[in-house]
Design a protein around this ligand. Structure first.
Ligand code: ZN
Length: 253
């Protein structure tokens, strides 16, 4: 692979310096990308954890609602028993009435209690229908919860793997970048790092694109473009301050 010829940074030609800087930037950008990737994964896990919590809460709520409906059914059944007992009692009394008025009163009571029973039965049917619908909802949510729990396990494992893998990759890149940095003269390296830090896209050195600076896209005068192609001087963009090189030196086109 690359021959490691140890040269004093001062002895490097401008072209070599620019090449080294561009290589360094590629490594640093790669490190940034790895860090961003690693940063997004915990968010995915967090989203799944939130969903699992949400589903668990919903399931608890549905279970409570079903229990309430069952309680309501029991209450109504008790009311029916009481009303039925009253009806039975009045019917016995009806056999022993002494006058029409007593007969009318008892008949009215029986009619009223019978209506009560019918109303209770109607309510019970409604509660049961509601409970059936809730049970279906419960089943769906429970299935979904199981799925999400499995997804979460997979994502967590994936995250652990990726974190350790990317950490290793990042470490390797950092070592390479460090080695490369020693070949670049400190003053130039410092200037490059400062430009990089101040630029929003993290680029301190850019190549010319369509006669313009590849960082801020301002047009470059022909003479400066020529200077860039000559690779004899370090040329900086007069608008954004980024170091400019020709595409070929960046390995483009
Ligand atoms: Zn520029």
């Amino acid at each position: 692979m690359a021959k490691d010829v140890k040269k004093d940074p001062q002895d490097l030609s401008v072209e070599e310096k620019l090449k080294a800087l561009y290589q360094l930037q590629t490594m640093l950008s790669e490190i940034d990308k790895i860090k961003t990737l690693r940063g997004e994964l915990p968010l995915e896990v967090q989203d799944l954890e939130d969903e699992v919590t949400g589903l668990t809460t919903r399931i608890e709520k549905i279970n409570k609602e079903i229990a309430e409906l069952k309680e309501n059914v029991t209450t109504k059944k008790n009311e029916i028993s009481e009303a039925q007992a009253s009806v039975d009692k009045y019917k016995t009394q009806l056999d022993n009435v002494r006058n029409n008025r007593e007969y009318d009163v008892l008949s009215k009571e029986i009619e009223f209690q019978t209506l009560e029973i019918e109303l209770c039965e109607k309510r019970i049917r409604e509660y049961n229908a509601s409970a059936t619908a809730k049970a279906e909802e419960l089943k769906k949510n429970t299935e979904l919860l199981e799925e999400r729990k499995q997804d979460l396990e997979v994502k967590k494992t994936e995250l652990d793997e990726i974190v350790s893998e990317t950490k290793q990759e990042e470490e390797k890149l950092r070592e390479k970048a460090k080695a490369l940095e020693t070949t670049i003269e400190p003053r130039l390296l410092q200037a490059f790092k400062r430009i990089r830090k101040n630029s929003r896209n993290g680029l301190g050195i850019v190549y010319v694109q369509r006669d313009a600076c590849g960082g801020c896209f301002n047009k470059i005068p022909p003479q400066r473009q020529l200077d860039i192609r000559m690779r004899k001087k370090i040329i900086v963009c007069e608008y954004c301050g980024r170091i400019m090189i020709d595409p070929e030196l960046a390995g483009v086109e």
